[in-house]
Design a protein around this ligand. Structure first.
Ligand code: ADP
Ligand code: MG
Length: 232
């Protein structure tokens, strides 16, 4: 059981506060991080992934600080919002390259590609892949070291409905297996369909949390509170 704890955490960029005194707990299963553009979702995910240090407060995994903690990085897989993919590689080469970065071999890459059901296309160049296939190969790459936590930043962006359904199925399965899966989105319906638990952030601040019924009710009753854009 792996739990990420965000405890009174803020992150500043110069004098812009991207995440403002946020506290939340992310446990096993699928959590949706919902918020409009500029809300602070990527900043929060990047702190959970150990890419960014919190300015104040704590971000921990099972009680251990995430920032600058190699042992903890081994437990985390991340699919960033924008990630360059090397189009001239095949899917398999891309995943193997990441396995090697972790000091692992071909076998784990093969397993990760099987998990995301990309074996059939693993020897094709990434340049020939659809958006959904690219996203699944990125996921395979994030899974090579068998992390207990999987973080995905806006994974459904630009996908057609069929690709979206396939990825949702995969994430549901990972959550059901007991992994701690968190994905961000600015689309309520996407989060409702997939997440058993929802955290909402608006303009850097934690705004609500609960299951989809609660979140849908809050958003219907007080749309102005939840749909405001940040002032960037
Ligand atoms: P979201 O992912 O929800 O769209 P972000 O976390 O990307 O939100 O951004 C939150 C706020 O922080 C925005 O106002 C954004 O402009 C600002 N921000 C994010 N990253 C940086 C950065 N590296 N430098 C300066 N400002 C940033
Ligand atoms: Mg973002």
């Amino acid at each position: 059981m792996t739990t990420i704890e965000i405890d009174h955490t803020s992150r500043w960029f110069g004098n812009v506060v991207a995440v403002n005194d946020v506290s939340m707990t992310v446990g096993p299963g699928v959590t949706g991080l919902l918020g409009p553009n500029g809300a602070g979702k990527s900043t929060l995910i990047n702190m959970m992934a150990g890419f960014l240090a919190p300015s104040t407060g704590k971000v921990t995994l099972d009680g251990k600080a995430i920032w600058r903690n190699e042992a903890v990085y081994k437990e985390i897989g991340i699919v960033p919002e924008r990630e360059g993919m090397y189009d001239f590689l095949t899917g398999r080469e891309f995943v193997v390259a990441n396995a090697e970065l972790h000091g692992l071999g071909d076998e784990v890459a093969r397993k990760a590609l099987a998990t995301v059901e990309m074996e059939h296309a693993q020897d094709r160049k990434i340049s020939t892949y659809s958006k959904g296939m690219r996203q699944r190969v990125k996921m395979a790459s994030a899974l090579v070291h068998e992390p207990s936590v999987l973080l995905l930043d806006e994974p459904f962006n630009g996908m057609d409905p069929r690709q979206r359904m396939q990825l949702m199925e995969l994430l549901r399965r990972m959550g059901a297996e007991g992994r701690t899966v968190l994905f961000s989105s600015h689309i309520l319906e996407e989060v409702e369909q997939l997440a058993s638990h929802i955290e909402v952030i608006v303009a850097g601040r934690h705004a609500a949390s609960g299951d989809f019924r609660r979140i849908r009710r809050l958003m219907t009753d007080r749309p102005h509170r939840y749909l405001v854009r940040s002032s960037d």
